[in-house]
Design a protein around this ligand. Structure first.
Ligand SMILES: [Ca+2]
Ligand SMILES: [Ca+2]
Length: 102
């Protein structure tokens, strides 16, 4: 597994910094990133795992940009990914989020 690619995918997802090169991101890269975030390897990213995926600095900055508290921002972003609202983000929801947003 290529750690650098995963870092790039996560950077795109959580900071939007690399928005120019998203066409280079394949489904298998997104699947790898999903697996990387799925800390207990149950096939889903839950809210706690999502919180561990980003640096506190990024969350604070993104929240400020949106005019939200950090907690509001984190809930909002997680719910954007969890489209069926069952508290777990599947690989497909993760890929869909990426394709929708970037
Ligand atoms: Ca998990
Ligand atoms: Ca879900």
């Amino acid at each position: 597994m290529n750690k650098n690619i995963i870092t790039i995918v996560l950077a795109i997802l959580f900071t939007g910094t690399f928005s120019g090169c998203t066409t280079l991101v394949t489904d298998s890269m997104l699947t790898s990133a999903h697996q990387e975030m799925d800390l207990n390897h149950d096939g889903y990213i839950d809210y706690k795992e999502y919180l561990k995926s980003g640096s506190n600095e990024d969350f604070v900055e993104n929240a400020k940009e949106k005019g939200m508290t950090v907690e509001e921002y984190q809930k909002w972003e997680f719910e954007r990914a969890d489209t069926d609202r069952n508290g777990k983000v599947t690989t497909q929801e993760f890929i869909d989020l990426f394709r929708r947003e970037f």
